[in-house]
Design a protein around this ligand. Structure first.
Ligand SMILES: O=P(O)(O)OC[C@@H](O)[C@@H](O)c1c[nH]c2ccccc12
Length: 264
């Protein structure tokens, strides 16, 4: 069974919500990043969303932009991201979703990317700029049985596209708490429960909410509304602030967020 599906099935049976942690692979270096990802898993993150660093991350705010830049400068590349996953898999079973843009996957080769990523130990993929209609038309974009395709739904997504996206989403659905780019620009809105309900009306697939979640209070609020909480920039900021003790700083930072999510 796919690790993402197994994790959500387990959490549902335990009545718990998922904590999904995002970091850019290779930030600030291969070795330090591997330690960070292991620390996230050890701290109890249910899913790790691992960013394949890309030079033009159009949906990312400044914190994630700088992280991608640090990773690229440290020599990170798509094959090295797969190496990092292989290393992580020697010790951990936590599901991994690869987050990236179409360009790095196009350059690597769509089909080869899916095959190699699944073989390395990835469980899902979130291709930010792949519209669902394109995925349906160009099946090689969505090839690779080992990887679940996770799709984003924004508050501005029209209802007819919510159905299309919910049908095409596997593993879980990523509901954006607001429009704009990633990062802590304003608190998550109190409309979140309504937005999640708009999606769950169309699907049984778990719905996780991300964008701008920074504090345990926000995590608890969002966890009550959906099936999981996604936190990126706030974790990545810890790596930026403490490059020499990134894993430890991340572990300390996520512990209360994970408690708040699991306790919601
Ligand atoms: O950083 P935030 O606001 O906590 O949001 C999660 C996010 O970082 C992660 O899921 C992600 C990183 N880059 C993205 C680009 C688009 C959508 C989502 C993402």
């Amino acid at each position: 069974m796919n690790r993402i599906d197994a994790t959500f099935a387990r959490l549902r049976s335990e009545g718990k919500k998922a904590f999904v942690a995002y970091v850019a692979a290779g930030d600030p270096s291969f070795d330090a990043s591997l330690e960070v990802v292991r620390a996230l898993a050890d701290a109890g993150a249910d899913v790790i969303e691992l960013g394949v660093p890309f030079s033009d991350p159009l949906a990312d705010g400044i914190v994630n932009q700088l992280a991608a830049d640090r990773a690229l400068k440290s020599g990170m590349s798509t094959p090295r991201v797969l190496d990092l996953i292989r290393e992580f898999r020697k010790t951990h079973d936590t599901p991994i979703v690869l987050f990236t843009y179409l360009n790095p996957v196009f350059t690597y080769g769509y089909e080869k990317f899916h095959t190699d990523a699944a073989a390395a130990g990835a469980d899902g993929i979130l291709l930010l700029d792949l519209p669902p209609d394109e995925a349906a038309q160009n099946t090689e974009l969505a090839r690779g049985e080992g990887l679940r395709h996770i799709r984003l739904i924004a508050p501005t997504t029209p209802d007819e596209r919510v159905t299309l996206l919910a049908d095409g989403s596997e593993g879980f659905i990523y509901a954006l708490s607001r429009t704009g780019v990633t990062g802590a620009h304003g608190a998550p809105s109190d409309q979140i429960a309504d937005q999640v309900a708009r999606i769950t009306a169309h699907t049984e697939t778990p719905v996780c909410v991300g964008f701008g979640i920074t504090t345990p209070e926000q995590a608890a609020m969002v966890a009550k509304a959906g099936d999981g909480v996604i936190v990126g920039s706030a974790i990545v900021k810890q790596i930026e602030l403490h490059p020499d003790r990134a894993a430890e700083a991340v572990r300390e930072f996520v512990a209360p967020l994970i408690d708040a999510t699991h306790g919601a």
